[in-house]
Design a protein around this ligand. Sequence first.
Ligand code: ZN
Length: 278
Amino acid sequence: MSSTEESFAQDALDILAIAAHRDDVEQTCGGTLLKMAQRGYRTGILDLTRGEMGTRGSAEDREREAAEAARILQASWRGPLDIPDGHVENTWENKLKVARVLREQRPRVVILPYWKGRHPDHYTASTLGYEACFLAGLSKLDCSAAVRAAVVAGVPPATSTAPSPRSSQQSPDLTSFPPHRPFKIIYASLYYDVRPTFVVDITDQFEARFQSLMAYKTQFSDQEAGKELFPAQKEIRSRIEAMARFYGMLGGVDYAEPFVQKEVGLVDDLMMIPVKSI
Ligand SMILES: [Zn+2]
């Protein structure tokens, strides 16, 4: 490994969750991200959009709230892209933008939204994310086109929640990041009614995960604007608790988050397989 590659690898993320909207990760895999951070892994969140279409609050409000949520989840990095809210499309340009972040952050595991769902942004983010993971590993692919596009739009390609020497704001020349393909892609499936292939026990993280969602005060606090669209906080809590309980029950624990993986599970020792059958 060259010294340049070593310096990239030093702050590489272990796990990166990619989602269409700010607050998606908090709802679908926030407990898992927090659990992994508590185990010493570097976790990150890439929000494809900035939430400007939300009924309540501005994109700036949501920026602040997203940073607070990332702090609660102990994420090492969080950044938005400039893809328009409500118009997440699987275009070549968007794939390059995501691929650039993957090369910069170098995660081993990527969490994507499940590939079916009610909201087009969610299922499109899934395909877009998968194809970007593939592209990021192609040695002949130059992501500089995406960087130029982001600069033209007047938006920094991604911002870090904490100042970092690898922050893209300080280093606009991202063409120097070497190719990178994540080892594992898993799909957070909580938004869709599908049987998960595994669940992650978040019993100890459930409360903090709920607080990370409540950090989006403009979206979730009890208020008049958009009242018919947004359930009150108590109602949200009971829904979130019911979902986490349900997936927890499938795994034999109190609270859990569901995931789907496309690959089969590999077992080494039959005595160590968790979850009781009978
Ligand atoms: Zn969403």
